[in-house]
Design a protein around this ligand. Structure first.
Ligand code: ZN
Length: 323
């Protein structure tokens, strides 16, 4: 999920701790600040440190003026074959295609285990947020691979915007090769051991309330991520692999992130109103439920209507035309 969602959930959790709310009411927002830091800490550790420490064996920099998808897919297929032959992970780093100071050419990496091939499809010009800024000619290139591929993540992954992408082609015990997306992400930083460490550290310096605020915010970050597709290495250091996500919501889903932030705001509102003691808790709960539920319902309905409209448009565009 996005950072804002993790932040909102961490603050909502802390608002459930009467000691933290009481301290904030007396002018000491330290527990909330601690929870905010810990809610963002797992991804901060990954994106600011772990990604730079992870080594790679192959680096692909597509020509921004003339990107060739066949060359990129051939390099990925070669990495998968080498991983199968040598019995060790081969990590590939893919650079985005930058076409101007703030525009990129999106491309998708597609794994086709049934066809034993890897493809790269060039897409539109996109802005830093990934939104389409202009159309571009579509090309794709496929490369066969001898290795048997097994997917544990999405079959298609986009490379666009600021960051580079990385796949570790990891040989599995059954002889297949698993393309592991962002192998440095959601490892030790998203584990039960790390959550326990943060809780213990916060408890040492900030007491029981600090431990609950920091540990809870950190653990809820991991829990929220687990609702997605990528999963986390929950049992580090006893395991090297990520536990597959529940696949309920994509981490970049606008509706999923909006729901997390909105519900967190409702929880914070309820807890602050209850702590003030001026409104009967039942009435506060009624108002909170309405305030949280109605906009969410409207968002879900709008989202499904838009998705249906988009689907109809896609089907119409795909239908054969007779002249
Ligand atoms: Zn995360």
């Amino acid at each position: 999920m996005k950072g804002l969602s993790h932040l909102a959930v961490g603050l909502a959790w802390t608002s459930c701790l009467p000691g933290a709310v009481d301290a904030a009411g007396r002018g000491h927002p330290g527990f909330f600040a601690l929870a905010a830091v810990c809610a963002l800490l797992p991804d901060t550790l990954d994106f600011r440190f772990a990604r730079f420490l992870h080594t790679h064996h192959v680096e692909i920099v597509p020509d921004p003026l003339n990107p060739d998808p066949a060359v990129v897919s051939a390099a990925l297929a070669d990495a998968a074959d080498r991983a199968a032959e040598q019995g060790r992970a081969v990590t590939v780093r893919l650079h985005p295609v930058r076409v101007s100071h703030d525009l990129w050419r999106r491309y998708d990496v597609i794994f086709d285990p049934a066809g034993r091939r890897i493809g790269v499809r060039l897409g539109d010009i996109v802005d830093p947020g990934g939104a389409t800024a202009g159309p571009a000619p579509r090309f794709e290139g496929w490369a066969p691979c001898k290795a048997r591929l097994r997917l544990e993540y999405r079959a298609s992954t986009a490379v666009s915007g600021f960051g580079d992408a990385m796949f570790a082609m990891e040989p599995a015990a059954d002889g297949a090769v698993v393309p592991v997306f962002l192998p440095w992400h959601r490892r030790f930083s998203h584990s039960v051991a790390a959550a326990a460490g943060v809780t213990a550290l916060a408890g040492t310096f900030a007491g029981a309330i600090g431990a609950a605020a920091a540990g809870g915010a950190f653990a809820l970050h991991i829990l929220l991520d687990q609702a997605g597709f990528l999963g986390s290495n929950l049992f580090w250091p006893f395991s090297r692999t990520r536990v597959q996500g529940l696949q309920c919501v994509r981490s970049d889903s606008p509706l999923g992130n909006f729901s997390a932030v909105w519900l967190s705001c409702a929880v914070i509102f309820f807890n602050l109103a209850a702590a003030s003691g001026r409104v009967p808790p039942l009435r506060t709960l009624r108002w909170t439920s309405a305030a949280a539920g109605l906009p969410l319902l409207a968002a879900v309905i709008t989202n499904s209507l838009l998705a249906r409209k988009k689907n109809r448009r896609t089907l119409a565009a795909a239908a054969p035309k007779f002249y």
